[in-house]
Design a protein around this ligand. Structure first.
Ligand code: KG4
Ligand code: ZN
Length: 338
């Protein structure tokens, strides 16, 4: 089954063609980073307007890359939430228009489930995905959660952030340091030249045994540090980035280890935009080896928002016979399916 995926939940306009939920034929992403950069964050109305102009060219490119036409597409999978409602509606409307015009089956996809499914895509060669049930650490700009994945389409939330998401923390710290938006990737790059022990930031571990996170204290600690010591320069910037990054990564890794021990699960998935972080990938791999579990992580470009993961997740819902009507709507706070 050849599925055309469409993703517009935030500031990436994306279309992809995926066969049988894992064979990647095309994956096109038009980023709006340069457009939102000057505002220090995503401006929802501007994001929607750019989705409208980018969607058709991105769709055309995906079909060209896959070497297929719309006649060769079997079904459509479109992100319906969580995300910015105005942005989501752009992709949804295209999906519904194509489904109506072509008489194609359509499913609405949960963006978080899509992130969790990215790991099942073949990257160059077919490779075994994680076994079910498995533990997933989902870290993005809007979410930080530990999830027990029972099967495709069936998830149980074990813990989540009580305030900011890990990606949001990176983005806000980068803003304080004048490093631009989005900050995660810049912090990752600068941190490679820095000393992670230069500044000792707090590691918030609300009640050790539970699986919740909190990152707002770290953000405040960085703000206090800057007020006390002023804006760092040169090596100081790299040291601060490395120290903040290590504080975030330490908390994510420690809580994941607690979850692995509590659940006894042997397969671990790392997903979401922050999963592109090189320190997190390295430290979580070390922890997984130490715990004797297998870690599965998509390549960095499939960790951040894309439509290939949407097509892959949609495929499993289509396989179960699910079909959305033309009344399919966007849901800003859509929870993971249970
Ligand atoms: O999954 P995603 O593309 O969009 C959401 O669904 O939120 O995640 C975006 C987040 C942003 O906060 C961005 O700063 C962060 O992922 N991010 C990173 C890296 N690449 C993207 N954070 C740390 N290190 C990176 N290399
Ligand atoms: Zn995302």
């Amino acid at each position: 089954m050849r599925v055309l995926g469409i993703e517009t939940s935030c500031d990436e306009t994306a279309a992809a063609v995926v066969e049988d939920g894992h064979r990647l034929r095309a994956d096109v992403v038009a980023s709006q980073i340069a457009i939102h950069g000057p505002y220090g964050g995503v401006v929802p109305e501007i994001a929607s307007r750019h989705h409208v102009t980018n969607l058709i060219p991105v769709l055309d490119q995906a079909l060209r890359d896959a070497g297929v036409s719309l006649d060769d597409v079997d079904a459509l999978a479109v992100t319906r939430g969580p995300g910015l409602v105005g942005a989501l509606l752009c992709g949804l409307q295209l999906g519904k228009a194509l489904a109506f015009a072509r008489g194609l089956p359509l499913v609405g996809v949960n963006h978080l489930e899509a992130h969790l499914t990215a790991v099942f895509l073949d990257e160059g060669e077919a490779r075994p995905g994680p076994d079910f049930p498995h533990l997933a650490l989902l870290v993005s700009g809007g979410h930080t959660a530990l999830i027990r994945a029972e099967d495709f389409g069936r998830y149980r939330l074990l813990g989540a952030t009580r305030d900011d998401a890990a990606g949001e923390c990176f983005d806000k710290v980068a803003k304080m340091l004048g490093l631009g938006y989005p900050g995660g990737i810049v912090i990752d790059r600068l941190a490679r030249e820095g000393n992670p022990q230069a500044v000792r930031f707090p590691r918030a571990l609300p009640r050790r045994a539970d699986l919740d996170f909190s990152f707002s204290g770290l953000k405040t600690a960085v703000l206090n540090h800057l007020q006390r010591h002023g804006q760092p320069q040169g090596q100081g910037v790299a040291d601060l980035c490395a120290s903040v990054q290590q504080a975030v990564v330490d908390v994510l890794v420690r809580k994941t280890r607690v979850a692995l021990r509590q659940t006894g699960l042997r397969h671990l998935v790392l997903a979401g935009g922050v999963a592109a972080n090189s320190r997190l990938r390295a430290d979580l791999q070390a922890a997984a080896t130490d715990e004797g579990v297998t870690l599965h992580v998509p390549p960095p470009r499939r960790c951040t928002d894309n439509a290939a993961m949407v097509a892959a997740a949609g495929y499993h819902h289509l396989q179960r016979g699910e079909r959305a009507g033309l009344d399919l709507n966007a849901v800003a706070n859509l929870p993971l399916p249970t």
